[in-house]
Design a protein around this ligand. Sequence first.
Ligand code: EPZ
Length: 423
Amino acid sequence: MNNNMDRLVIRGKKRLSGNVLISGAKNAAVAVIPAAIMADDVCVIDNLPYIEDVKCLYTTINKMGAECVYSDKHTLKIDSSSNVSTTVTFDEVRKMRASYYLLGALLARFKRAEVTMPGGCNFGTRPIDLHLKGFRALGAEVDVQGEVVCVRADKLKGASIYMDTVSVGATINIMLAATMAEGVTTIENAAKEPHIVDVANFLNMMGAKIKGAGTDVIKIVGVDRLHGAEYTIIPDQIEAGTYMIAAAITGGRVKVCNIIPKHMDSLSAKLLEIGIGIEEGDDFITVDATESDFKATSIRTMAYPGFPTDLQPQIAALLSVCGGTSMITENVWEKRYQYIDELKRLGAKITVEGRVAIIEGVKELTGASVEATDLRAGAAMIIAALNARGETVIGEVKYIDRGYEEVESKFSALGADIRRVSV
Ligand code: EPZ
């Protein structure tokens, strides 16, 4: 059982080797689970990652009156046939950003919802104006009362919606709400992440009529009701990328299994540029850095299929020990460099100017005490610690547990000297 004061203690310089099995995608799971309550029926969702964000949604949905049970660690059975509360202001809601999907799901089925404004990682302001603009376009009244977002509609009517900014959350939330609106909705300039396709596939298995997910135009023909379905979540692109980068920084050779290699294209291309061997199979990628000399490169984070912002801290840790000067431009979030100060405590030489980080590669990092400032920053601390000479202690591991299943067991099975210490 993980607790909030846990720390990870890592002794670096061990080459990783062997196979790692990737869990289901967090960012698909946190959208598919809310979508399940749109059916007045039973849904079974499989290949869920056993992580804090999913457990938090499990608690929330039970408090809403649906019957949600773990059939096993990776499978939830959700029965929403009874009446489900449309007021969701429990403490759990503040713990994660994806709580906002409950707005779209409840608005679709019950034509009303009151949900506390979401929490989640702090990368500066994280508005939800595009979500609310989409709900209004479908005919809903939106009212923010303090920190509770209230939406309601006599009926929802299909509309043509152009997204000012490419937004994963807003694309999914509008898709949820439009699924049971009258008539046709088109979402233009839609985000194309793999988890958006996963949510659309799940909704279609429940009887929705959605086409074009994964492209920048999604078309939804509204239906009156959704029935239950059984669904298996896709593998986690970001967890997979985290282990690929960790294998690289240790000069190891690791087979990252149970993935969709296509989802990793932007990272694989960058690792090849750095001089790391990549071998692709149907459902795995083998990263081989045993002979690599790590050349500097530049990274620009973009919406999918560009380089994912959620791998930006992790690749920064690797670039810290690549020969030469590397550059990262963070184009998605206004402030996603809070972890840089922690990396510098490990000996990284990085300067940040606005959205650009300039990284002077060093020969190796040195162990120190650091903190995870958010979920992916925590992953970056593990990656850096695996390279660092000596011992590194990582605090605030609760952030890492939000998105990485059994992180210390998976890393120690690859040969890392890593242990969890409960304070
Ligand atoms: C999702 O966040 C992910 N979270 C994030 O992953 C990820 O970083 C992000 O997509 C981009 O890929 C989940 O899926 C739960 P956005 P989301 O809406 O949907 C602006 C992780 O580590 N924007 O695509 O909140 C926003 O400020 C997390 O797993 C608006 O201006 O991201 C940002 O600059 C961290 N108004 C940009 O769009 C809005 O209404 C992209 O945000 C919504 C977003």
